[in-house]
Design a protein. Sequence first.
Length: 450
Amino acid sequence: MKPPTIPFKVEVDGRKLWIGKDYANFIFQDFGNNDQPFSDQLDRYSTPRMPWHDIGSCVFGSPARDLARHFIQRWNHAKIEKAKYAEDYPLLLPKSYNSFEIDEKWKKGAFKCQAQALRSVSYWSIGIDHTEDSIHQAYLKAIRESKYFVYIENQFFISQVDSTVLYNGIAQAIYDRIRQAHLAGENFRVYVNMPLLPGFEGEVGAPTGYAIQAIIHWQYTSICRGEKSIIERLNADGIPAQKYISFHGMRTHDDLNGRLVSELIYIHSKMLIVDDSLAIIGSANINERSMLGSRDSETAVIYEDTEFEPCVYDGVDAQRGKFVGSLRMLIFKELLGLIDDPNGDQLVSDPLSDEFFKNLWIKTSSVNTDVFEQVFKCIPTDSARNFEQLAEYKEGIANRMAVSDPETAIKLLKNVSGYLVFLPLHFLADVDLRPPAMTKEGLVPDQLWT
């Protein structure tokens, strides 16, 4: 999980990095001509690659068997539904495992945990008579039972409080847990890390950007706009949202063919970490499609630590899980630029304290955001609350500091630490971001975007 050290370089010693379509930037151009994977579709000497931040996990034992059987179940259902008489697609039979051994090479760096496979499946996807939303239920239970903090890394955040439109309960669970902490006078944190923009081709503020704007609409009405959004609901109930929850993204910069360039880092993870002792890692986004079970099919694994080490949260002695705790600390060091800092573990060890939250997390995010704004005039930005301001802002991009005064820009960029930036909560806050009714994006049902 060490962060990319050369996110934009196109060649090293004459050799290409990210061959063909691996050199991609989905907002500039989505994939095309997929039968030619080794052919470039972007000019890698002028268009920056969009780096990705993602996570996966490996399991052994019973949960691995369960995931294998899940695959067999899905395969066989698709075979019967779509290729029943095709001999090239056989039905698969699960194996019986009386015992198994893990190769010694895999034990190095592995952790002992309780692990359980989770799914979002229903009749259409797997042929069962009921809908299973065990990923959704595991998220809700983990958030409700959290003691200290919740860290979310997800490609989307589409969930509302007391909603009659969105039915997943993630935002409601977060709101309820923050309210509980506030009434009890307890410190509690929720960290959310997500893409600064959806990874769809197009330009915000232009007809090509209607799909991006549709997703932005649902995300901002979940986060900070309208009475169903989590931040507005907390503030309306007298609970200072900024004390408990913060929303962020990731951005980086580099030299590309002699030019200073910046690009958002696309967060593709689907992960929940609670109290340094529980993690859910899988394929499920925080939206209706992934969580309800009746729509997209998803898998995940919930990990609960069984081995712990002593730690301190907000001045109180506690226990940190060896697997989940080390994972969370590694991610925080990456975000804050502390991977190579000999004091990195100590600096990120207590995500509950005001010292960490205000003086390291929020401060780093604030400095990074301000520097990127000054040097590159990034989009999205809080400086554009409507399309007129966005158009005016775009006019200044050509003369941004990275172009007009690269020496000063380089000096400023030395203040950037890691990749953490704020999600701009005021971006296009004064306009209706839903696609116009008579466009193809406006004619499709809202379910497509949620």
